[in-house]
Design a protein around this ligand. Structure first.
Ligand SMILES: Cc1cc2nc3c(=O)[nH]c(=O)nc-3n(C[C@H](O)[C@H](O)[C@H](O)COP(=O)(O)OP(=O)(O)OC[C@H]3O[C@@H](n4cnc5c(N)ncnc54)[C@H](O)[C@@H]3O)c2cc1C
Length: 432
């Protein structure tokens, strides 16, 4: 076959590492660590405020668990009831508009409205929007060191496969999910003192015959009766079908997610085994609906809770149950307490139709630092309260609030910002 008439390949050159590897230094105004849904919201909001913003993630892709863990549905975005009001706006509005226009969403309306999404469409939305808004992304970069100057973080050091990077900024957002930034800075954090908070190995399956699919109640009953036979640890869960596509998001196992690196790796592999057993269960127990299914995608290990910050306010389950509205509220939701501290199942504590609970800004701020704000699943709360406010709706609102707080602080302290000004800026996510 005749080839194209292209010029010769360019010459090669010999290279050798010479002395210490150079550190690439980058200057931004706001640096967001973690590109999950909270960090994505924070970075886009900061860029829209005109701030030079960099978002860094240890994974080689953007989107955190929302994309790479294939969580599959936005929860806590709407109030309770079949047509509760939308509680969070900002990038939530953009995602609902843009993915809705691509037919990449499905609204499930029951005790509340949850919004299923196509994980590939969300991944591309995050990537496109980060670029369009002028956020500078850095992926595959693991936080190694925090350089402090008194109560301020001066810069962060990251290791990447192509060499080390230092980011200097005025303000930093810890959206790492594991409080990685706060922890590396030597600031107080908290972990579960006893017991385990389980994660899950999520997956998307294809080839589902939706017309034959059992209800979630029927599924739960069968797992309780027959799960042991298939070696399933968790005795509840669901396969949520995306209507008209023959696919479903499956959330049906419990996997430990320890902070020990070797332990986390081993447990992640156990999660894959649980996914295999889940497939055997679905095919064996519901052959009409799932007999011809295949796994289309396995998510990265889904981590609910590991380590989180100690902030100025420790949000409690009692405040959540009471619907306490704080003077510095920056996010709201009505999502139930959803605690995954039992291997066999989760504890579900739903609220009435008119219930709303709030996240105060003080739960996002480590006490002993001036230019760091947390957002997402690593803010200060007790385990029960966190089990509700870590769903993606309030994570989006927390990310936006963190960006506004650092914008208001400038080169000053987030502890001294005009709280009324912050409340005005995030009013759409708190009031009305
Ligand atoms: C199995 C499971 C099912 C869930 N189901 C739902 C659901 O149906 N609906 C819902 O709304 N919520 C659900 N949740 C909760 C919700 O998905 C998460 O709490 C939320 O996505 C957390 O977002 P985040 O941005 O705080 O953190 P993450 O999405 O975890 O993002 C944190 C990012 O920080 C990066 N990072 C961490 N450490 C470092 C480091 N040292 N250096 C560089 N980068 C780092 C990580 O790579 C990651 O990308 C579920 C959670 C799990 C685990």
């Amino acid at each position: 076959m005749p080839g194209l008439n292209l010029p010769f390949a360019p010459d090669t050159r010999r290279v050798r590492r010479d002395g210490l590897p150079p550190v690439r230094e980058f200057r931004a105004e706001i640096c967001v660590v973690g590109a999950g849904i909270a960090g994505t919201s924070a970075a886009i909001e900061a860029a829209r405020l005109g701030r030079k913003t960099v978002v860094v993630d240890g994974l080689p892709a953007l989107g955190g668990q929302a994309v790479n863990g294939i969580i599959g549905m936005f929860c806590g975005l709407f109030g309770n009831g079949t047509h509760g009001p939308q509680f969070t706006h900002g990038i939530a509005d953009d995602i609902l508009r843009d993915l809705g226009a691509e037919d990449a969403l499905h609204y499930r309306r029951a005790h509340t409205t949850v919004v299923m999404y196509d994980d590939v469409a969300l991944a591309r939305w995050v990537e496109r929007t980060i670029v369009k808004e002028g956020v500078i992304p850095l992926v595959g970069a693991i936080l190694r060191n925090v350089n402090l100057d008194g109560r301020r973080i001066a810069s962060l050091d990251f290791a990447t496969r192509y060499g080390d990077v230092r980011i200097v900024a005025d303000g930093f957002i810890d959206a790492s999910g594991d409080a990685a930034l706060t922890w590396q800075a030597g600031l107080a954090c908290q972990e579960q003192a006893d017991g385990v908070i389980y994660g899950s190995q999520m997956m998307v399956i294809e080839g589902v015959d939706e017309a034959q699919a059992p209800t979630w109640d029927e599924m739960g009953l069968r797992i309780r009766e027959r799960g042991e036979h298939y070696g399933l640890i968790r005795r509840d869960g669901f396969a949520a079908a995306f209507p008209g596509r023959g696919i479903a998001v499956v959330n049906m196992n419990h996997v430990e997610t320890p902070l020990d690196p070797f332990g986390a790796t081993a447990k992640g592999l156990e999660g894959r085994e649980q996914a295999d057993r889940t497939m055997q269960f679905l095919k064996g127990e519901f052959p009409a609906a799932y007999g011809n299914t295949r796994v289309r995608a396995l998510g990265l290990p889904g981590v609910r809770q590991t380590r989180w910050i100690v902030g100025k306010h420790h949000l409690t389950a009692d405040e959540v149950r009471a619907g306490t509205k704080f003077p510095d509220s920056i996010a709201r939701t009505a999502w139930p307490l959803e605690q995954h501290h039992n291997a066999e199942g989760y504890v579900w504590e739903p609220f009435s139709e008119d219930h709303v609970h709030y996240v105060p800004f003080a739960s996002l701020t480590p006490v002993d630092a001036d230019n760091i704000v947390a957002a997402g699943r690593c803010i200060d709360a007790d385990s029960a309260a966190l089990s509700s406010v870590r769903v993606m709706g309030p994570c989006i609102a927390m990310g936006a609030a963190a960006a506004h707080a650092l914008d208001l602080a400038g080169t000053g302290s987030v502890h001294d910002i005009d709280m009324a000004a912050l409340r005005r800026r995030v009013a759409a996510n708190v009031d009305g």
